[in-house]
Design a protein around this ligand. Structure first.
Ligand SMILES: [Mg+2]
Length: 311
């Protein structure tokens, strides 16, 4: 553990340092509240614990902890345990310390035994908190990823569109949204089974990546419907890119249990026009209309949404 000791009394600091070194801790020291704040700003993310004397000249321990807690809050930092140290056992002093953001309170003189078990308790809470943060991150990943193909979920795809819209507004980067749907996919499931259908979906995603690039944002919007975001290109280039995807999928047949399963896709493409007249919903709707037109006019084609296209 890395511990910050804050105390204006030399002998107290020396004693604490001795105790902590026996517990294999790395120690840094501050002589007053202001130095504590400065060292926190410097080492904050690496620290595991702060031992803070209450009574110090200039900036007191209470004031220093208040400042540290507000920095942590504004920067959304992880919880860092703080134990106050004081010669005073008055109730008011303990209440004030906890209210200022302290997690525990030790009365001087401090015994090595009590200090070491208090640190154990703080470590336990820190571990629990870390596990909680990790679990939340894993859940977030799960919710933002399609379990079968590994592409973005619908929700994550929509927030990627929001991000693209931000780039459009801030640095005028144009972008296209392509929506594609596998042609007659139901027949694949009916003829070869759902496992084969899953294999085809995985293959199609691989084809999109192979024909564009690995970093392109793909989202699975429904059963066999996908969305793709292409940034930094004009209408003609967007159309060409999506036609490349279409051809690539057509010429790369999925093989499942000895059966060749050829599939094609219909693609609708729409460009984002302006922040004033367009939003994510209207963009998706226009790409959807173009996709519908691609299906209606014979499938296995890319249709670009012209501004005058109405359905
Ligand atoms: Mg003091």
């Amino acid at each position: 553990m890395k511990v910050l000791i804050v105390d204006d009394t030399n002998t107290d600091r020396v004693l604490l340092k001795l105790y902590l070194s026996k517990l294999d801790c790395v120690v840094i020291e501050a002589h007053d509240g202001q130095e504590a704040i400065d060292l926190f700003l410097e080492h904050g993310q690496d620290l595991d614990l702060i031992l803070m004397d209450v009574t110090m000249p200039n900036v007191s321990g209470i004031e220093a902890v208040k400042a540290i807690r507000s920095i942590q809050e504004s920067q959304k930092q992880e919880w860092l345990p703080v134990i106050f140290l004081s010669a005073s056992s008055e109730e008011e002093s303990i209440v004030e310390g906890i209210l200022a953001g302290g997690d525990d309170y030790l009365i001087k003189p401090i015994s090595q035994k009590i200090l070491s078990v208090k640190m154990l308790a703080m470590q336990r809470i820190a571990d629990m908190r870390r596990r909680l943060v990790e679990t939340n991150l894993a859940l977030e990943r799960l919710a933002s990823t399609d379990y079968l193909t590994g592409v973005a979920s619908r929700r994550a795809f929509e927030s990627a569109l929001e991000q693209a819209m931000l780039h459009f507004r801030e640095i005028h980067m144009p972008f296209a949204c392509g929506m594609f749907d596998l042609d007659k996919f139901k027949a694949v499931n009916d003829t070869f089974g759902h496992d084969a259908g899953d294999e085809v979906l995985i293959k199609v995603v691989q084809c999109v990546r192979a024909s564009l690039n690995d970093k392109v944002i793909i989202g699975r919007l429904g059963g066999e419907e996908f969305g793709v975001i292409l940034e930094n290109l004009n209408e003609a280039d967007a159309f060409a890119a999506f036609d490349k995807v279409r051809k690539y999928i057509e010429s790369h047949v999925t093989t499942f249990e000895g059966h060749d399963i050829p599939v094609t896709v219909s693609i609708g493409v729409a460009m984002f026009h302006s922040v004033e007249n367009d939003n994510i919903n209207t963009l998706i709707k226009r790409a959807d209309q173009a996709l519908y037109e691609a299906k209606r006019s014979g499938r296995n084609r890319v249709i670009y949404h012209a501004r005058n296209m109405v359905h």
